[in-house]
Design a protein around this ligand. Structure first.
Ligand code: SAH
Length: 392
């Protein structure tokens, strides 16, 4: 067995069940662990602390279990069964009007480095660590057992999420079957999911609840869905009775996707138009008066050292929206940067409101949904935050 021995006093965070061991806490290793290996973590006194995946980088171990146990087929089955049970109990899995949800959300499901999204009969699996990559076949086997015959395909999509330095040369591939049915259902609305080429696992399942809230505010409003990607918010706004919906994304591919998804749900609508344009440019030049605006940009800060610039970006973007939105309008504004805290984001938006001199009320504070749970011992797992603002 390969062991990782901690420096004296550096076992405290593991005693609080935090699932990461930082490299600075490691005193030495035994058995020459390679990146991706399963290792035992021992305190300076030699007491067993945890078992996890060894990594090269600032996080040295991602903990899989605080009990001494083998990481084998039955481990994966147990964890996946528990994850599915949660989704069933919260009313997300096993529904006909909602066939897509996140089954595994990394640390939130006791599986650091692993993401699995379910789209109807297809599971899209993403590894963010070499350990999960090494275990991919075992995980796929367990997933098939746990999901049963309803699961027809498992697509492994880790080309861009595995640590770059590990240089694994991994290409995206099907680990099980293959599926041509690319339509999945979210709250009764149908969406094409491009798991082969789309961003993330093909769809942003994390905005489901926030889209439902938006639907409630859409009736009769003129809606701008900025950074629309596959157009989730646009389709909900149409169902909510929006007078018109404009979707904007700098990517032409996204414009194709949103148009396809609108056509899938509202084939005859004349209320929707999509534009391929840069957000800032569009906001500067737009002439349509909007009274419901969504700003859901990509993560402006991918790392801690980019936070300052990211906050400036959020302020600039939101200031433009405040400047343009109609009186009595509602702004849904989001940040999905994990490195930016709720408080920092709120301050950036507050600054934007002050710049525009508009009177603004916070109606709702939004976050990630229940199928993206946060491990209570791992507050870093909180990443999506949003504000719904009434602009007088
Ligand atoms: N709101 C979407 C997810 C948005 S992802 C949903 O609910 O699914 C972020 C999107 O922003 C991507 O599609 C990306 O193409 C787009 N984007 C990135 N930079 C942009 C820019 N400067 N202007 C407009 N769109 C941009």
């Amino acid at each position: 067995m390969k062991n990782v021995i901690l420096r004296r006093g550096k076992d405290e965070s593991l005693r609080r069940f935090h699932p990461w061991v930082f490299s600075g806490a490691v005193q030495r290793t035994e058995g020459e662990p390679q990146e991706g290996d399963v290792v035992r973590v021992l305190s300076a006194d030699g007491n067993f602390m945890a078992v996890g995946h060894w990594q090269v980088g600032s996080i040295a171990v991602r903990v899989l279990s605080f009990e001494e146990r083998p990481i084998d087929g039955s481990f994966w089955q147990e964890r996946l069964t528990a994850a599915l049970e949660v989704r069933r109990r919260i009313g997300l899995a096993g529904r006909e009007d909602n066939t897509m949800y996140r089954l595994v959300h990394g640390e939130g499901d006791g599986l650091p480095g692993l993401v699995i999204d379910i789209y109807g009969a297809t599971a899209v699996m993403q590894a963010h660590s070499v350990g999960m990559h090494v275990a991919r076949t075992e995980i796929a086997t367990a997933l098939r057992e746990v999901m049963g015959l309803q699961l027809k395909a498992i697509y492994y999509k880790s080309e861009t999420t595995l640590p770059f330095k590990a240089d694994l040369g991994q290409e995206n591939e099907f680990l099980l079957g293959r599926s041509d049915d690319d339509v999945a259902i979210e709250n009764g609305l149908r969406f094409h999911i491009d798991w082969l080429k789309g961003q993330k696992t093909g769809f942003f399942v994390d905005q489901r609840d926030n889209r439902s809230l938006l639907e409630r505010y859409s009736n009769g409003r003129r809606v701008l869905n900025m950074f629309c990607y596959t157009g989730g918010f646009s389709v909900y706004a149409l169902r909510g009775g929006a007078q018109l919906v404009h979707s904007v994304d700098s990517s032409a591919k996204a414009v194709e996707l949103v148009n396809a998804n609108v056509a899938l749900n509202f084939p005859d609508t004349t209320r929707h138009t999509a534009f391929a344009e840069d957000a800032f440019r569009y906001l500067d030049r737009m002439e349509t008066p909007y009274d419901l605006v969504i700003l859901d940009p990509p993560a402006f800060a991918k790392h801690r050292d980019a936070v300052k610039n990211a906050l400036r970006g959020y302020t600039k973007l939101n200031a433009k929206a405040f400047e343009k939105i109609q009186p009595g309008g509602i702004l849904f504004t989001f940040s999905c940067s994990q490195a930016v805290s709720k408080e920092q984001f709120r301050l950036a938006v507050f600054t934007a409101a002050a710049i525009s001199r508009r009177r603004v009320r916070i109606l709702h504070q939004l976050h990630q949904p229940a199928d993206h749970p946060i491990n209570i011992y791992h507050p870093e797992g909180e990443y999506l935050k949003g504000l719904v603002l009434y602009v007088e």
